[in-house]
Design a protein around this ligand. Structure first.
Ligand code: PLP
Length: 406
């Protein structure tokens, strides 16, 4: 079956609007993706017909809400090919998932003189939690360098792995460069030395099929809102044995089995890590988003976006004075660029007047900007509903930038 992008677009009501009198061209999917009608309907239905607190109620609404929330967890489990729903912890997003691991596993296993390895293209959310941990413990953060195309230098990575390495945390797909990192191989290299690995899948889950058991990662995080789901919900996957041995993070309701003033015993997995009333609607909405993505087929989305990426790379390369930042051999749908003589923020403002929504700035990866010697980039990032015509609209709008600044 061919991928019918016009049909896909009809599922996203927000795309029907005009911006500054022009059709909206939404190319900011790496920041957050738009929501299909089925996800919006699920949220409305939940609040209209089912809203209740979960896990504790015997009444019908509570049971229904609990069932739907737990069904959503099972959808995530199948989506990632995790072994069990015990391995799927609902969190606020990728950021919270990484902080949870740093503050529990990290605090227990990283000590003075130890090392945590990350790459030079990590999002701030996969730098700062490890920096905080290293500061607290007197440990050292080691950073794997990248080349001018934005690819990780595997031989340098190999050299950094040593007896002091206690943890590795790597981004699967770079939000600023689009690079798809060889995380499978990198996990294997760490495991040969007995070092566990967290994969930040915030940008991979929406664009590639992810199989946590095939990758053999120890932890994996992603955010619902980049996968066409609601904001405020995300997932931490962890191997059961590791999660089981980890201390809880936040204390409160739902994460306990019994409480007295003398002693508290903790709930079973995954609830041990889910203190307090969770984002119930968000979890159920994420389940609907996974249904939607499965309906289109992750492979079909990936193929569509790859075709667009190649087209976009060709078209942008023709724009005078434009330099693409991030030219890795294996890339997902991110087109980061700078234009000679024009600040990225000015590009973003003029593009917005033309109805084209892109992101400009450091994209929460300031070290990548430093690596390339630039303050910021303009970034167009692709989703399942983008079209060649929208890439053409982007390049036309860039011609307008050239007229203004020419
Ligand atoms: N990791 C990467 C690669 C990202 O692109 C992002 C968000 O842009 C995050 C982590 C953090 O995601 P969130 O802000 O949803 O927690």
């Amino acid at each position: 079956m061919t991928y019918d992008v016009q049909r896909v677009r009809e599922d996203f009501p927000i795309l029907r609007q005009t911006v500054h009198g022009r059709p909206l061209v939404y190319l900011d999917n790496a920041a957050t993706a738009q929501k299909p009608q089925s996800v919006i309907d699920t949220l409305v239905r939940y609040y209209t017909e089912e809203n209740a607190n979960i896990h504790r109620g015997v009444h019908l609404l509570s049971q229904r809400a609990t069932q739907e929330y737990e069904d959503a967890r099972a959808k995530v489990q199948r989506f990632l090919n995790a072994a069990s729903t015990e391995e799927i912890v609902f969190v606020r997003g990728a950021t919270e998932g990484i902080n949870l691991v740093a503050q529990t596993y990290g605090r227990r296993h990283v000590g003075p003189g130890d090392e945590v390895v990350i790459s030079a293209m990590e999002h701030h959310s996969n730098i700062v939690p490890w920096q905080m941990l290293c500061e607290e413990k007197g440990a050292r953060l080691r950073v794997v360098p990248i080349n001018d195309d934005g690819e990780i230098l595997l031989d340098e990575y190999e050299k950094l792995l040593g007896p002091k390495t206690k943890f590795v945390s790597l981004v699967h797909v770079s939000n600023a460069l689009g690079t798809i990192n060889p995380v499978g191989e990198m996990i294997e290299m760490a495991h040969r030395r007995g070092v566990p690995v967290l994969v930040d899948g915030a940008q991979s889950v929406p664009h590639l099929g992810v199989d946590v058991r095939a990758l053999d990662c120890d932890f994996f995080v992603f955010s619902g809102h980049k996968l066409y789901g609601p904001t405020g919900i995300g997932v931490l996957y962890g191997k059961r044995a590791l999660l089981k041995a980890m201390p809880p993070w936040q204390g409160g309701g739902d994460m306990i089995s019994s409480v007295t003033f003398e002693k508290t015993t903790y709930n079973t997995l995954p609830y041990k890590f889910e203190a307090g009333t969770p984002n119930i609607a968000g979890g159920i909405g994420l389940g609907a988003a996974i249904d939607y993505v499965n309906g289109l087929g992750v492979d079909a989305i990936a193929a569509h976006e790859h075709e667009l990426l190649e087209y976009g790379t060709r078209e942008l390369s023709k724009v005078p004075g434009l330099r693409l930042i991030g030219t890795a051999r294996h890339k997902a749908g991110v087109l980061s660029f700078v234009l000679e003589g024009v600040h990225p923020h000015d590009i973003g403002t003029i593009l917005d007047e033309e109805g084209v929504a892109i992101r400009t700035g450091h994209h929460c990866v300031q070290p990548v900007m430093q690596r390339f010697g630039i303050p910021a980039t303009a970034r167009a990032s692709l989703g399942c509903y983008n079209t060649r015509e929208e890439i053409d609209a982007l390049t036309r709008a860039l011609d307008r930038v050239a007229e203004v600044f020419g």
